[in-house]
Design a protein around this ligand. Structure first.
Ligand code: TYM
Length: 374
Protein backbone atom coordinates (compact mmCIF):
# COMPACT_ATOMS: atom_id res chain seq x y z
CA UNK A 1 0.00 0.00 0.00
CA UNK A 2 1.49 3.39 -0.94
CA UNK A 3 -0.80 5.54 1.16
CA UNK A 4 1.83 7.23 3.30
CA UNK A 5 4.77 6.95 0.98
CA UNK A 6 4.95 10.52 -0.27
CA UNK A 7 3.25 13.88 -0.28
CA UNK A 8 3.38 14.53 -4.01
CA UNK A 9 0.37 15.98 -5.83
CA UNK A 10 -1.65 12.89 -6.70
CA UNK A 11 -4.06 13.53 -9.49
CA UNK A 12 -7.41 11.80 -9.78
CA UNK A 13 -10.41 12.52 -12.01
CA UNK A 14 -12.94 14.49 -10.04
CA UNK A 15 -16.66 15.02 -9.98
CA UNK A 16 -18.71 17.23 -7.73
CA UNK A 17 -20.34 15.61 -4.69
CA UNK A 18 -24.10 15.64 -5.05
CA UNK A 19 -25.67 18.62 -3.31
CA UNK A 20 -28.81 17.18 -1.89
CA UNK A 21 -31.51 19.50 -0.64
CA UNK A 22 -31.38 19.31 3.11
CA UNK A 23 -34.37 19.31 5.34
CA UNK A 24 -33.07 21.51 8.11
CA UNK A 25 -32.21 24.60 6.07
CA UNK A 26 -35.91 25.29 5.73
CA UNK A 27 -36.29 28.57 3.87
CA UNK A 28 -39.48 30.13 5.14
CA UNK A 29 -41.43 31.51 2.18
CA UNK A 30 -42.10 30.08 -1.31
CA UNK A 31 -39.86 32.83 -2.74
CA UNK A 32 -37.05 31.81 -0.41
CA UNK A 33 -37.53 28.12 -1.22
CA UNK A 34 -37.26 28.92 -4.92
CA UNK A 35 -34.20 31.06 -4.35
CA UNK A 36 -32.54 28.33 -2.29
CA UNK A 37 -33.27 25.64 -4.91
CA UNK A 38 -31.92 27.90 -7.62
CA UNK A 39 -28.73 28.48 -5.63
CA UNK A 40 -28.18 24.78 -5.07
CA UNK A 41 -28.15 24.10 -8.80
CA UNK A 42 -25.24 26.49 -9.27
CA UNK A 43 -21.48 26.08 -8.95
CA UNK A 44 -20.26 26.96 -5.49
CA UNK A 45 -17.89 29.67 -4.26
CA UNK A 46 -16.35 30.04 -0.84
CA UNK A 47 -14.06 32.66 0.57
CA UNK A 48 -12.93 34.01 3.92
CA UNK A 49 -11.52 37.14 5.50
CA UNK A 50 -9.77 37.74 8.83
CA UNK A 51 -11.25 40.00 11.50
CA UNK A 52 -7.84 41.37 12.45
CA UNK A 53 -8.47 45.11 12.15
CA UNK A 54 -11.17 47.67 12.85
CA UNK A 55 -11.85 47.98 9.14
CA UNK A 56 -11.16 46.20 5.87
CA UNK A 57 -8.96 48.15 3.47
CA UNK A 58 -9.09 49.07 -0.19
CA UNK A 59 -7.00 46.02 -1.15
CA UNK A 60 -9.48 43.66 0.58
CA UNK A 61 -12.36 45.49 -1.03
CA UNK A 62 -11.10 45.49 -4.62
CA UNK A 63 -9.20 42.19 -4.47
CA UNK A 64 -11.95 40.17 -2.81
CA UNK A 65 -15.15 41.74 -1.42
CA UNK A 66 -16.45 43.21 -4.65
CA UNK A 67 -16.16 39.82 -6.31
CA UNK A 68 -17.91 38.18 -3.35
CA UNK A 69 -20.87 40.50 -3.79
CA UNK A 70 -21.02 40.01 -7.56
CA UNK A 71 -20.74 36.21 -7.36
CA UNK A 72 -23.64 35.74 -4.94
CA UNK A 73 -26.05 36.09 -7.88
CA UNK A 74 -24.46 33.46 -10.10
CA UNK A 75 -22.98 30.98 -7.61
CA UNK A 76 -24.08 29.17 -4.46
CA UNK A 77 -21.95 31.42 -2.28
CA UNK A 78 -20.45 30.71 1.18
CA UNK A 79 -18.46 33.43 2.92
CA UNK A 80 -16.89 33.32 6.35
CA UNK A 81 -15.18 35.58 8.84
CA UNK A 82 -12.15 33.48 9.70
CA UNK A 83 -11.60 34.16 13.40
CA UNK A 84 -9.60 30.96 13.87
CA UNK A 85 -7.11 32.19 11.28
CA UNK A 86 -6.93 35.51 13.11
CA UNK A 87 -5.73 33.85 16.33
CA UNK A 88 -2.65 32.41 14.62
CA UNK A 89 -1.22 35.79 15.70
CA UNK A 90 -2.00 37.15 19.18
CA UNK A 91 -5.41 38.88 19.38
CA UNK A 92 -6.84 40.87 22.27
CA UNK A 93 -9.78 38.79 23.65
CA UNK A 94 -11.56 42.03 24.55
CA UNK A 95 -11.44 43.21 20.94
CA UNK A 96 -11.89 40.06 18.89
CA UNK A 97 -15.70 39.65 19.27
CA UNK A 98 -16.19 43.29 18.27
CA UNK A 99 -13.87 42.97 15.28
CA UNK A 100 -15.64 39.78 14.21
CA UNK A 101 -18.99 41.60 14.24
CA UNK A 102 -17.49 44.64 12.48
CA UNK A 103 -16.12 42.34 9.79
CA UNK A 104 -19.50 40.67 9.26
CA UNK A 105 -21.29 44.03 9.29
CA UNK A 106 -18.92 45.42 6.65
CA UNK A 107 -19.54 42.41 4.43
CA UNK A 108 -23.27 43.04 4.68
CA UNK A 109 -22.66 46.78 4.27
CA UNK A 110 -20.70 46.11 1.08
CA UNK A 111 -23.66 44.21 -0.38
CA UNK A 112 -23.71 40.60 0.80
CA UNK A 113 -27.31 39.55 1.25
CA UNK A 114 -28.07 36.68 3.67
CA UNK A 115 -30.94 35.62 1.41
CA UNK A 116 -28.56 35.25 -1.53
CA UNK A 117 -25.48 33.80 0.20
CA UNK A 118 -24.43 32.02 3.39
CA UNK A 119 -22.47 34.28 5.73
CA UNK A 120 -21.02 32.81 8.92
CA UNK A 121 -18.21 32.87 11.45
CA UNK A 122 -15.65 30.11 10.96
CA UNK A 123 -15.43 29.05 14.63
CA UNK A 124 -19.23 28.55 14.74
CA UNK A 125 -18.83 25.49 12.50
CA UNK A 126 -16.55 23.02 14.32
CA UNK A 127 -16.07 20.84 11.24
CA UNK A 128 -13.45 23.36 10.02
CA UNK A 129 -10.97 22.36 12.72
CA UNK A 130 -11.92 18.70 12.47
CA UNK A 131 -11.16 18.57 8.76
CA UNK A 132 -8.02 20.67 9.25
CA UNK A 133 -6.61 17.92 11.50
CA UNK A 134 -7.37 15.25 8.92
CA UNK A 135 -5.86 17.26 6.07
CA UNK A 136 -2.81 17.97 8.23
CA UNK A 137 -2.26 14.22 8.33
CA UNK A 138 -1.91 14.08 4.54
CA UNK A 139 0.23 17.23 4.25
CA UNK A 140 3.99 16.91 4.07
CA UNK A 141 6.06 18.91 6.53
CA UNK A 142 8.25 20.13 3.67
CA UNK A 143 5.18 21.03 1.65
CA UNK A 144 3.80 23.17 4.50
CA UNK A 145 7.26 24.70 5.03
CA UNK A 146 7.25 26.08 1.49
CA UNK A 147 4.28 28.40 2.09
CA UNK A 148 5.68 31.88 1.47
CA UNK A 149 3.25 33.71 3.78
CA UNK A 150 4.45 31.60 6.72
CA UNK A 151 8.07 32.17 5.74
CA UNK A 152 7.52 35.94 5.51
CA UNK A 153 5.53 36.27 8.73
CA UNK A 154 7.80 34.01 10.77
CA UNK A 155 10.91 35.75 9.41
CA UNK A 156 9.45 39.11 10.45
CA UNK A 157 8.93 38.26 14.14
CA UNK A 158 11.56 35.55 14.46
CA UNK A 159 11.05 31.82 14.15
CA UNK A 160 10.61 31.26 17.90
CA UNK A 161 7.69 33.69 17.98
CA UNK A 162 5.77 31.93 15.20
CA UNK A 163 3.07 29.55 16.43
CA UNK A 164 2.39 26.08 15.11
CA UNK A 165 -1.04 27.51 14.20
CA UNK A 166 0.62 30.00 11.87
CA UNK A 167 2.48 27.12 10.27
CA UNK A 168 -0.65 25.01 9.74
CA UNK A 169 -2.76 28.05 8.74
CA UNK A 170 -2.96 27.04 5.03
CA UNK A 171 -4.27 23.59 6.03
CA UNK A 172 -7.14 25.20 7.95
CA UNK A 173 -7.77 27.33 4.87
CA UNK A 174 -7.89 24.18 2.73
CA UNK A 175 -10.43 22.73 5.20
CA UNK A 176 -12.57 25.90 4.90
CA UNK A 177 -12.71 25.44 1.15
CA UNK A 178 -12.98 21.67 0.81
CA UNK A 179 -15.73 21.30 3.42
CA UNK A 180 -18.07 23.20 1.11
CA UNK A 181 -16.98 21.51 -2.12
CA UNK A 182 -16.23 24.97 -3.51
CA UNK A 183 -15.60 25.13 -7.25
CA UNK A 184 -14.13 28.67 -7.18
CA UNK A 185 -12.44 30.75 -4.51
CA UNK A 186 -12.45 34.54 -5.03
CA UNK A 187 -9.27 36.00 -3.50
CA UNK A 188 -6.36 38.34 -4.15
CA UNK A 189 -3.03 37.23 -5.59
CA UNK A 190 -1.45 36.71 -2.15
CA UNK A 191 -3.69 33.65 -1.61
CA UNK A 192 -2.74 31.82 -4.82
CA UNK A 193 -0.20 29.51 -3.21
CA UNK A 194 -2.62 28.56 -0.43
CA UNK A 195 -5.23 27.68 -3.05
CA UNK A 196 -2.74 25.50 -4.88
CA UNK A 197 -2.20 23.60 -1.63
CA UNK A 198 -5.99 23.21 -1.19
CA UNK A 199 -6.25 21.79 -4.66
CA UNK A 200 -3.33 19.41 -4.12
CA UNK A 201 -4.82 18.15 -0.85
CA UNK A 202 -8.23 17.58 -2.46
CA UNK A 203 -6.65 15.58 -5.27
CA UNK A 204 -4.45 13.63 -2.89
CA UNK A 205 -7.36 12.72 -0.62
CA UNK A 206 -9.50 11.68 -3.60
CA UNK A 207 -6.69 9.55 -4.97
CA UNK A 208 -6.06 7.78 -1.66
CA UNK A 209 -9.57 7.36 -0.35
CA UNK A 210 -11.93 7.78 -3.27
CA UNK A 211 -13.84 10.71 -4.68
CA UNK A 212 -14.61 13.06 -1.78
CA UNK A 213 -13.63 16.65 -2.58
CA UNK A 214 -14.00 19.09 -5.45
CA UNK A 215 -10.52 20.47 -6.25
CA UNK A 216 -11.13 24.23 -6.11
CA UNK A 217 -9.95 26.82 -8.61
CA UNK A 218 -8.82 30.33 -7.72
CA UNK A 219 -10.96 33.20 -8.93
CA UNK A 220 -8.48 36.09 -9.18
CA UNK A 221 -9.06 39.20 -11.28
CA UNK A 222 -5.72 40.38 -12.71
CA UNK A 223 -6.49 44.12 -12.61
CA UNK A 224 -7.19 44.13 -8.86
CA UNK A 225 -5.29 41.04 -7.70
CA UNK A 226 -2.71 43.14 -5.87
CA UNK A 227 -3.44 46.68 -4.68
CA UNK A 228 -0.29 48.39 -3.45
CA UNK A 229 0.56 50.45 -0.38
CA UNK A 230 0.02 54.18 -1.06
CA UNK A 231 3.31 55.05 0.64
CA UNK A 232 5.32 52.20 -0.84
CA UNK A 233 3.85 51.28 -4.21
CA UNK A 234 6.17 48.30 -4.54
CA UNK A 235 4.62 46.56 -1.48
CA UNK A 236 1.13 45.08 -1.09
CA UNK A 237 -1.40 47.15 0.85
CA UNK A 238 -1.56 45.09 4.03
CA UNK A 239 -3.14 45.29 7.47
CA UNK A 240 -0.03 43.84 9.08
CA UNK A 241 2.79 45.63 7.27
CA UNK A 242 1.57 48.90 5.74
CA UNK A 243 1.79 52.18 7.66
CA UNK A 244 -1.59 53.83 8.45
CA UNK A 245 -0.89 56.37 5.70
CA UNK A 246 -0.30 53.59 3.18
CA UNK A 247 -3.76 52.05 3.70
CA UNK A 248 -7.19 53.40 2.83
CA UNK A 249 -9.76 51.81 5.11
CA UNK A 250 -13.32 51.13 4.02
CA UNK A 251 -14.53 52.73 7.28
CA UNK A 252 -12.20 55.77 7.10
CA UNK A 253 -13.81 59.19 7.47
CA UNK A 254 -13.97 61.09 4.13
CA UNK A 255 -11.28 63.56 5.22
CA UNK A 256 -8.89 60.79 6.15
CA UNK A 257 -9.40 59.25 2.69
CA UNK A 258 -8.77 62.60 1.00
CA UNK A 259 -5.61 63.18 3.04
CA UNK A 260 -4.17 59.74 2.36
CA UNK A 261 -4.77 59.92 -1.37
CA UNK A 262 -3.41 63.47 -1.60
CA UNK A 263 -0.22 62.24 0.12
CA UNK A 264 0.07 59.01 -1.90
CA UNK A 265 3.56 58.59 -3.30
CA UNK A 266 3.65 59.37 -6.99
CA UNK A 267 6.54 59.17 -9.40
CA UNK A 268 8.96 61.61 -11.04
CA UNK A 269 7.34 63.66 -13.80
CA UNK A 270 3.72 64.74 -13.89
CA UNK A 271 2.21 62.51 -16.53
CA UNK A 272 -0.80 60.39 -15.52
CA UNK A 273 0.23 57.22 -17.31
CA UNK A 274 0.28 53.52 -16.38
CA UNK A 275 3.75 52.04 -16.34
CA UNK A 276 4.32 49.48 -13.56
CA UNK A 277 8.13 49.71 -13.76
CA UNK A 278 8.72 53.44 -14.20
CA UNK A 279 5.55 54.70 -12.46
CA UNK A 280 4.38 52.15 -9.84
CA UNK A 281 2.64 54.80 -7.70
CA UNK A 282 0.57 56.34 -10.48
CA UNK A 283 -0.14 52.90 -11.97
CA UNK A 284 -1.56 51.72 -8.64
CA UNK A 285 -3.78 54.82 -8.38
CA UNK A 286 -4.93 54.37 -12.00
CA UNK A 287 -5.86 50.74 -11.29
CA UNK A 288 -7.86 51.78 -8.24
CA UNK A 289 -9.59 54.56 -10.18
CA UNK A 290 -10.39 52.24 -13.08
CA UNK A 291 -11.75 49.48 -10.81
CA UNK A 292 -14.01 51.87 -8.91
CA UNK A 293 -15.26 53.87 -11.90
CA UNK A 294 -15.43 51.11 -14.50
CA UNK A 295 -13.51 53.34 -16.91
CA UNK A 296 -10.61 51.67 -18.76
CA UNK A 297 -7.12 52.90 -17.83
CA UNK A 298 -6.57 54.23 -21.37
CA UNK A 299 -9.68 56.43 -21.00
CA UNK A 300 -8.36 57.81 -17.71
CA UNK A 301 -4.94 58.49 -19.22
CA UNK A 302 -6.63 60.49 -21.98
CA UNK A 303 -8.90 62.29 -19.52
CA UNK A 304 -5.98 63.48 -17.35
CA UNK A 305 -3.48 64.13 -20.16
CA UNK A 306 -1.71 67.38 -19.32
CA UNK A 307 -3.57 68.03 -16.06
CA UNK A 308 -0.90 66.74 -13.65
CA UNK A 309 -1.20 64.57 -10.54
CA UNK A 310 -3.13 67.05 -8.38
CA UNK A 311 -6.45 67.04 -10.25
CA UNK A 312 -6.21 63.31 -10.83
CA UNK A 313 -5.69 62.57 -7.13
CA UNK A 314 -8.47 64.92 -6.10
CA UNK A 315 -10.97 63.18 -8.40
CA UNK A 316 -9.78 59.77 -7.24
CA UNK A 317 -10.23 60.77 -3.59
CA UNK A 318 -13.83 61.85 -4.24
CA UNK A 319 -14.49 58.58 -6.07
CA UNK A 320 -13.20 56.53 -3.13
CA UNK A 321 -15.18 58.67 -0.66
CA UNK A 322 -18.36 58.19 -2.70
CA UNK A 323 -17.75 54.44 -3.04
CA UNK A 324 -17.17 53.88 0.69
CA UNK A 325 -19.72 56.30 2.18
CA UNK A 326 -22.76 53.99 1.69
CA UNK A 327 -20.82 50.99 3.01
CA UNK A 328 -19.78 52.94 6.10
CA UNK A 329 -23.32 54.11 6.74
CA UNK A 330 -24.85 50.66 6.28
CA UNK A 331 -22.17 49.05 8.45
CA UNK A 332 -22.98 51.56 11.20
CA UNK A 333 -26.70 50.75 10.99
CA UNK A 334 -26.06 47.00 11.08
CA UNK A 335 -23.78 47.31 14.10
CA UNK A 336 -26.47 49.30 15.91
CA UNK A 337 -28.58 46.12 15.95
CA UNK A 338 -26.09 43.63 17.38
CA UNK A 339 -28.76 41.04 18.18
CA UNK A 340 -30.02 41.18 14.58
CA UNK A 341 -26.50 40.71 13.25
CA UNK A 342 -25.92 37.76 15.58
CA UNK A 343 -29.14 36.16 14.30
CA UNK A 344 -27.95 36.49 10.69
CA UNK A 345 -24.65 34.84 11.66
CA UNK A 346 -26.41 32.05 13.58
CA UNK A 347 -28.62 31.34 10.57
CA UNK A 348 -25.54 31.33 8.31
CA UNK A 349 -23.70 28.95 10.65
CA UNK A 350 -26.69 26.56 10.67
CA UNK A 351 -26.76 26.55 6.84
CA UNK A 352 -23.00 26.09 6.64
CA UNK A 353 -23.10 23.29 9.20
CA UNK A 354 -25.57 21.35 7.07
CA UNK A 355 -23.12 21.22 4.18
CA UNK A 356 -20.02 20.79 6.33
CA UNK A 357 -21.47 17.86 8.26
CA UNK A 358 -22.37 16.02 5.03
CA UNK A 359 -18.80 16.39 3.83
CA UNK A 360 -17.41 15.20 7.17
CA UNK A 361 -19.60 12.11 7.09
CA UNK A 362 -18.19 11.27 3.66
CA UNK A 363 -14.63 12.01 4.84
CA UNK A 364 -14.96 9.72 7.88
CA UNK A 365 -16.56 7.02 5.82
CA UNK A 366 -13.91 7.11 3.09
CA UNK A 367 -11.01 7.19 5.57
CA UNK A 368 -12.34 4.40 7.73
CA UNK A 369 -13.00 6.45 10.84
CA UNK A 370 -15.78 4.77 12.80
CA UNK A 371 -18.90 6.90 12.45
CA UNK A 372 -20.28 8.13 15.78
CA UNK A 373 -23.64 6.62 16.70
CA UNK A 374 -26.27 9.38 16.40
P1 TYM B 1 -7.06 38.26 4.39
O1 TYM B 1 -8.00 38.41 5.53
O2 TYM B 1 -5.63 38.63 4.60
O3 TYM B 1 -7.58 39.07 3.14
C1 TYM B 1 -8.91 38.95 2.67
C2 TYM B 1 -8.93 39.01 1.16
O4 TYM B 1 -8.36 40.25 0.69
C3 TYM B 1 -7.38 39.99 -0.31
N1 TYM B 1 -6.35 41.03 -0.23
C4 TYM B 1 -5.94 41.78 -1.27
N2 TYM B 1 -6.31 41.79 -2.56
C5 TYM B 1 -5.71 42.70 -3.37
N3 TYM B 1 -4.77 43.58 -2.94
C6 TYM B 1 -4.37 43.60 -1.66
N4 TYM B 1 -3.45 44.46 -1.24
C7 TYM B 1 -4.96 42.67 -0.75
N5 TYM B 1 -4.81 42.42 0.57
C8 TYM B 1 -5.66 41.41 0.87
C9 TYM B 1 -6.83 38.63 0.06
O5 TYM B 1 -6.20 38.00 -1.04
C10 TYM B 1 -8.06 37.90 0.52
O6 TYM B 1 -8.77 37.38 -0.60
N6 TYM B 1 -6.02 33.36 4.27
C11 TYM B 1 -7.01 34.36 3.92
C12 TYM B 1 -8.36 34.15 4.55
C13 TYM B 1 -8.99 32.80 4.34
C14 TYM B 1 -9.54 32.31 3.14
C15 TYM B 1 -10.08 31.05 3.45
C16 TYM B 1 -9.64 32.84 1.85
C17 TYM B 1 -9.17 31.84 5.30
N7 TYM B 1 -9.84 30.79 4.75
C18 TYM B 1 -10.71 30.25 2.48
C19 TYM B 1 -10.27 32.03 0.89
C20 TYM B 1 -10.78 30.78 1.20
C21 TYM B 1 -6.52 35.71 4.40
O7 TYM B 1 -5.75 35.82 5.32
O8 TYM B 1 -7.15 36.78 3.80
Amino acid sequence: MRLWSHFGPDVAPVKSLAREPDAQRQPTTPMKIRARLLRMSRLRVLSGIQPTADSFHLGNYLGALRQWVALQDTYDAFYCVVDLHAITLPQDPALLPHRTRVAAAQLLGAGLDPDRCTLFVQSHVPEHTELAWILGCITGFGEASRMTQFKDKSAKDGHDQASVGLFTYPILQAADILLYQADRVPVGEDQRQHLELSRTLAQRFNHRYGQTFVPPQPYILDEVAKIYDLQDPTAKMSKSSSSPQGIVDVLDEPDAIRRKIARAVTDPGSEVRADPEAKPGVTNLLRIYSALSGEPIATLEAKYAGSGYGVFKKDLAELVVASFAPIREKTRQILADEAGLDRVLAHGAAQAHQVASQTMTAVRDHMGLLQPVP
